[in-house]
Structure formats: C-alpha cells, structure tokens
Design a binder for this molecule. Sequence first.
Ligand code: AMP
Length: 296
Amino acid sequence: MLPLLNTRGALRGWREAASAPVVLVPTMGALHEGHAALIRTARQLAQPEGSVVVSIFVNPTQFGPGEDYSRYPRTLAADEALCRAAGADVIFQPEPASMYLPGHSVTVEESALSRGLCGAARPGHFRGVCTVVAKLFHLVQPETAVFGEKDYQQLAIIRRMVRDLDFPVRIVGHPTVREADGLALSSRNRYLTAAERTAAAGIPRTLEEARRRVEADPQIRVRSLEEWVASALAEATGGRVDYAAVVDAESLEPLEFFDRPARLAVAVHLGAARLIDNVALSTDNGAGGHSSGGKV
Ligand code: AMP
C-alpha cells in the first residue's frame, strides 16, 4: 500500500522528509490510463531518487450547482493500485473540510483565458481550479507538476497562473490518452450508456476530420470550420454541442484565420455526460503543430 495522507498536517510532515525533485500529479480520482500516463511521466521526471505525489481531491469549489459533484465516481482502492503500478510514492487525499477552513474567503481568479470555452458554460469553475491548484502547489511545493492536454483550457490557465503569480513550479503538459476508437479517456465516460459510448467516438473522428480539412485548405475561414464541426458533432454523436471553437493555442482568444498556432476545442453533452476534447490545428505556414496523443 502506498502511504495515504489525509490531512494537510500529514502532508507537511511527509514533505519535510521527501527527497527532491518532487513531482505532483493533481487529480480528482476515478483514475484511468490517462492518469497513469501522467504518473509514469512524473516518475521519469522525478528520477528514481525523487518523489511522485498524486493528489486525489474532488474539489467542491470547481463544480457548479446542478453539476456532478455528489455523483462523481470515487474509487479509492483501485486508484491506489493504479498509482502504485504507475510509480507514485504517496497519495494526498484530503477531506474538503481539511482543504477549506470555515469562512475561507480568498480565491485565485484568472480573468482572460477563463472567459470562453468551458469558462463561459461553467461560471466559477476555473476560479475553483486555480484556487485548489494554488493551494496544492503551496502544500506540496513540487518542482514540477504534470497536467493533461485533455483539459487544454485548464492547462493554459495553470501556465498563466504560474507565470503571473511567480509560482516556482515547472508545468509539464501531457498529450491526451485515447481509447482504440479515439475517444479521450475520462472519468466521466462511465456515465455513458453503451449506445452513447459508441456514438462518442464521433467526437475524435470529427476533430481529426477538421484537422485534415485545415491541413488541406489553410485558407479556410475559421467560422466556416467551426460551423462544420458543430453540425458534424451533433450528427455523429446525437448529443447537444456546447461549443466548437478555434482559438489561439496560447492566449485562447478567438481566431479569424489560421495564421498562428491554433487549437480546436469542443464540448458535447451526451446523455448524463459532458465530454470535452481538443486538437492542434496545423497549416502550411508552420502554425499549429500536432500533438502525438497516445492510444491505450
Ligand atoms: P481529472 O482527474 O479529470 O481532474 O484529471 C486529472 C489530470 O489528468 C488533469 O491534468 C487531466 O488533464 C489529466 N487527464 C484526464 N484525462 C486524460 C487523458 N485522457 N489523457 C491525458 N491526461 C488526462
């Protein structure tokens, strides 16, 4: 069994004796092969002598009213086994009451990159994310933290927070890990019925087709590509498209033309799940760049 730390005090005690470098992988648990890939990368970055911490915390402040906080899957025994097999040294799994003291009133808010995409649909979500990640960085004091490109907006926002608030933490992004049919692994995929799960493969198929369209015609208007993606997603999945947007890969600002590195990001409501995915778009003028997402 890996050491399981449940309080901030226990973590602090562990941290004082931990050997450097310390590498952190923040998660909400219900771990799958995508998380395992992040933990294996953290193990490599930490070298054999360093320390890999996986935090498991379903952070209440990043869920909105009516979202899935209370039914979010909690699978600690399986998570422990996965963390151990992937090379973690310790799990930090605090109780909400241990992370948020009564009357807590200070938050971290990113005010530009958080506005669009998931930020528009989930008000306060990224405030919750930034606040909890800032707290984890202070508590764990990692040299490096690993985040997945699956949550591309989150990764960009964390990079901005670290830059703007001078956190001494290196952020490493990891390509999205996918099922054999392309669907991005997600703890929320288990909300899907068998039929919805089959239909969900229409998301990565549509992103891949969009990527090919831009490659074939770099002059294509962003707006017309977005419209095509939105209708192709609705048709392929039978779901309700929340957004299909092409943004600047770093600032996440809307684009008009493919004249710099771009990212296509989408969110689709399918049954009880809200699924997100994204892809790098590259054109002949050298913008973009492929991400080499792994399959499991
Ligand atoms: P979560 O537990 O969903 O909050 O995710 C914890 C971390 O794992 C985040 O940095 C996610 O971006 C990352 N992650 C989740 N799913 C995947 C995936 N399929 N591929 C790569 N990273 C992932």
